[in-house]
Design a protein around this ligand. Structure first.
Ligand code: C5P
Length: 235
């Protein structure tokens, strides 16, 4: 993957209800998009064969599967995904899970992204689940554990990117959702950042869904975001 190509910084979340809608979106976006994220909704609607077709056609694919199971199962599932040729896979940031996935990559170029604490959780939810740490401390704790077991990257909000970059160093990939171009509809996201600011904060890749997939002209929206990213990279 050419890291100098600003298109590779933008990952379009294919959060669409069925395969036909997803395929139509990919066709519409054409070469304006090089990287797609396929999540659980689409996976259960034929998303894995679509992922294989996208990879075969030269696109980069991020499988947002958020794996978490006993180490043997996580390891074997990771090995299957590594064989497919996907670029990124999400796992939950539990040490056993991260270690099992890390040891199962073989000679593939699959990179693992850890989800520290899901953004739908607040301090009360963690206490209710029996955790002693609050969200902020648990995120920091798990991010350090991810680094210790050589996980390639983290999913986090763009607001956390610069402090995580400072804490974890230059090698950890930081992948940020919650991106909204200036003036775009925020939807259900609470904390948002523009593409240029997220890049300036140290994000390596931006996950962007509705600002592109719900735009009246998705291709124009994608091209405008890539242009903004390119501008931020050259600052
Ligand atoms: O449409 P939108 O740009 O908000 O899509 C963002 C994508 O990133 C969705 O696929 C969403 O599930 C994902 N995501 C997120 N916040 C997180 C983790 C993942 O928005 N904390």
């Amino acid at each position: 993957m050419d890291s100098a190509d600003p298109r590779n910084k933008m990952i379009v979340a294919l959060d669409l209800p069925d395969l036909a809608a997803a395929e139509a979106m990919v066709t519409r976006l054409g070469d304006s998009v090089t990287f797609y994220k396929i999540g659980l909704e689409l996976v259960y609607a034929g998303g894995m064969p679509l992922a294989e077709r996208l990879i075969a056609s030269g696109k980069n694919v991020f499988l947002d599967l958020k794996l978490h199971d006993i180490p043997n199962t996580v390891g074997r599932a990771t090995a299957q995904i590594a064989k497919m040729g996907a670029r990124f896979l999400t796992i939950h940031a539990f040490s056993q899970t991260m270690r099992a996935a890390r040891e199962s990559l073989g000679d593939s170029s699959l990179k693992l992204l850890a989800v520290t604490v899901m953004t739908s959780y607040d301090d009360n939810d963690l206490a209710e689940a029996g955790y002693r740490l609050n969200v902020k401390d648990l995120v920091a704790h798990r991010a350090q554990q991810a680094k210790t077991v050589n996980i390639h990257g983290l999913i986090l909000s763009a607001e956390e990117a610069s402090s995580m970059r400072a804490a974890l160093g230059p090698d950890m990939l930081l992948v940020t959702p919650g991106i909204r171009p200036m003036g775009a509809d925020i939807g259900d996201q609470k904390r948002v950042m523009t593409p240029a600011r997220a890049i300036a904060a140290g994000a390596d890749h931006l996950v962007i869904g509705r600002p592109i997939t719900q735009a009246s002209d998705p291709r124009a929206a994608a091209e405008a975001i890539v242009k903004e990213i390119a501008g931020a990279l050259h600052k």
